[in-house]
Design a binder for this molecule. Structure first.
Ligand code: ZN
Length: 300
């Protein structure tokens, strides 16, 4: 299908779940291809090509609600919300949870055999280690995060010292979907301050605003090394960091200097401004033509 260039890109909060579909944009395949060198080798006929010959459908063309995307996302769906690399606070807009949409077949293909390729990385101040996979460079990147944490002030190190774990075969609570911990690509840290949306439901069934206890310096370190943070999700999970470098690729993330269109002026809903319709807007989709130009001028 022909790529459709988006010009403006903001949706009203209320229409978010209903409009959780995006135009096809094969430019975004670069975010995958350049994030998994040696594993992904190309894009052709609407399929990502793995270097070992495997293929995976890019865009199934289906229009999906957010709930449906969580259940059965194609690869393109997984990038339908741009992950913001700036600190956020307050209550995020309904269903805004970039990275929570995952393509199970992709994870199964990339991380096949993860359980045999685990490496334990010492986590500063915990006296313990986090086991993650060596596939796709996950363990190496986590080691760099850990090294970075040792250089942070003691108060910050203490705040994230208590760890949950890394590799752990299990399903996501309340679902039948495999947790990213099952592939060895996720770690839980800062357990002392952990906030998980299911633990903090209001009588209405909606999550309470999170307090956001993980220091932004630590979040930034993880993001610099390819890990997204579950604290930037409407259904938040503040202990959770997950290796998803495609979401942090300059063409696919939402963040400075100017990779978002028109400029990074997203306003997120907070307890203070929840009745202000002007504040209930969030840029969900990148303007791909603009982002490509900013990244390096190349669209293929
Ligand atoms: Zn986790």
């Amino acid at each position: 299908m022909r790529p459709v260039k988006l010009i403006a890109a903001c949706s009203m909060l209320v229409s978010l779940s209903a409009q959780a579909q995006t135009p096809p944009r094969p430019e975004a395949t670069r975010c995958f291809l350049e994030s998994y060198p040696g594993i992904l080798c190309g894009f052709e006929d609407n399929e990502l090509r793995f270097c070992d010959g495997a293929r995976l459908l890019w865009d199934d063309g289906a229009t999906k609600t957010h709930a449906r995307m969580l259940e059965s996302a194609d690869l393109e769906d997984t990038l339908s919300q741009a992950y913001p690399t700036v600190p956020l606070s307050g209550v995020l807009p309904l269903d805004f949870e970039p990275g929570r949409i995952r393509n199970q077949a992709f994870l199964e293909t990339v991380y096949r055999g993860s359980e045999l390729a685990l490496k334990a990385i010492a986590w500063p101040g915990s006296g313990r280690k986090l086991r993650v996979t060596t596939i796709a460079g996950v363990a190496d990147e986590l080691a760099k995060v850990a090294q970075g944490v040792t250089r942070l002030p003691a108060s910050i190190r203490r705040a994230v010292a208590k760890i949950g774990g890394g590799y752990h075969p299990r399903v996501i609570a309340g679902t039948t979907r495999k947790s990213p911990h099952s592939y060895g690509i996720a770690v839980d840290v800062a357990m002392e301050r952990a906030e998980y949306w299911r633990w903090r439901l209001l009588p209405t069934g909606l999550p309470r605003p999170m307090k956001g206890g993980v220091p932004p310096q630590v979040v930034e370190l993880f993001e610099q090394h390819g890990f997204i943070w579950g604290g930037k999700w409407y259904r938040y999970d503040t202990m959770h960091f997950e290796y998803r470098p495609e979401l942090l690729h300059p063409m696919c993330r939402c963040g400075p200097p100017d990779s978002c269109y028109p400029s990074f002026t997203q306003t997120f809903m907070t307890a203070e401004n929840e009745n202000d319709p002007g504040a209930q807007r969030v840029c969900l989709v990148k303007a791909w033509s603009e982002a490509s130009r900013v990244a390096d001028g190349g669209i293929f």
